[in-house]
Design a protein around this ligand. Structure first.
Ligand SMILES: [Fe+2]
Length: 212
C-alpha cells in the first residue's frame, strides 16, 4: 500500500511536469496524447503498475524540449517519422529528460531504471511491458493526433509520409486485442487523409516545423 501511494506521487508529479513543460513550449496536443496513453494502458492492462503509467505519461517528453535541426532532418529523411535514427534519438532523449526529473524528485533507483527502459523502447517494444506501452501509444495516437497529422504534418513532410506513419503506427501493434480495437481508428484516419488530399493537394515543404 505504501509502495502504491509513493508511486502515485511520482505519476502525479510527472503529470504536472508534463503540463508545465508543454505549456512553456506552447503545445497542448502532446499532453492530451500522453494522458490518453495512460488511459489506454489502464484499459489494456488494468494491473499496470505505476512505473508503467509514469512511462506512459512521459514517453514523448523530448517534444517539449525539441531540437529543431533534428526534426528538420527527420522530415527530410526518406523514412521520415519512422526513421530509425530519429526514433532512437526520440526514445532516449525522452527517457533521459524523465529520468533527470525523477532523480531530482528522489525517485528510487529501481523504479527509475524501469521507467527509463520502458520509455527508451516505447517506439519499438521488445518485451511485454514495452510492447504494452507501444500499443497504448498507437491507440492514443489514433485517438488524438490524426487531425494534426492530416492538416499540419502533410505540409511539413508529405501526404505519403503521413500515410506511411499511420500504417506503421497501426502495424507495430503487438497485442491482437489492441490491434482489433485500433482497426476502425486506423481506417478512419486513412479516410480522413484521403479526403484532405482530394480536397486540394498540400504543398510539400519538407522540413518546416510546428508542434508537436
Ligand atoms: Fe506517443
Amino acid at each position: 500500500m505504501i509502495e502504491k501511494r509513493q508511486n502515485q506521487v511520482y505519476l502525479a508529479a510527472v503529470g504536472e511536469f508534463v503540463e508545465r513543460s508543454f505549456a512553456a513550449a506552447g503545445n497542448r496536443l502532446v499532453p492530451l496524447h500522453l494522458k490518453r496513453t495512460v488511459d489506454w494502458l489502464r484499459k489494456l492492462h488494468p494491473a499496470a503498475d505505476e512505473a508503467l503509467l509514469v512511462a506512459g505519461m512521459a514517453h514523448d517528453l523530448e517534444r517539449a524540449f525539441r531540437e529543431e535541426e533534428v526534426y528538420a532532418r527527420m522530415f527530410r529523411s526518406a523514412g521520415a517519422f519512422r526513421d530509425p535514427a530519429f526514433l532512437e534519438y526520440h526514445q532516449r532523449r525522452s527517457a533521459e529528460i524523465t529520468d533527470a526529473y525523477l532523480a531530482a524528485r528522489g525517485c528510487p533507483a529501481p523504479m527509475r531504471t524501469k521507467i527509463f527502459h520502458l520509455i527508451n523502447h516505447h517506439e519499438v517494444g521488445g518485451d511485454p511491458e514495452s510492447d504494452l506501452l507501444k500499443d497504448a501509444d498507437s491507440l492514443s495516437f489514433f485517438t488524438t493526433n490524426v487531425e494534426m497529422f492530416v492538416t499540419v504534418k502533410t505540409r511539413e513532410s508529405s501526404p505519403a509520409k503521413v500515410r506511411d506513419k499511420f500504417a506503421w503506427m497501426y502495424e507495430r501493434i503487438s497485442s491482437p486485442t489492441a490491434r482489433r480495437r485500433c482497426r476502425s481508428l486506423y481506417e478512419a484516419a486513412l479516410a480522413r487523409l484521403d479526403e484532405f488530399v482530394a480536397a486540394g493537394e498540400p504543398a510539400e515543404t519538407n522540413g518546416k516545423e510546428s508542434p508537436p
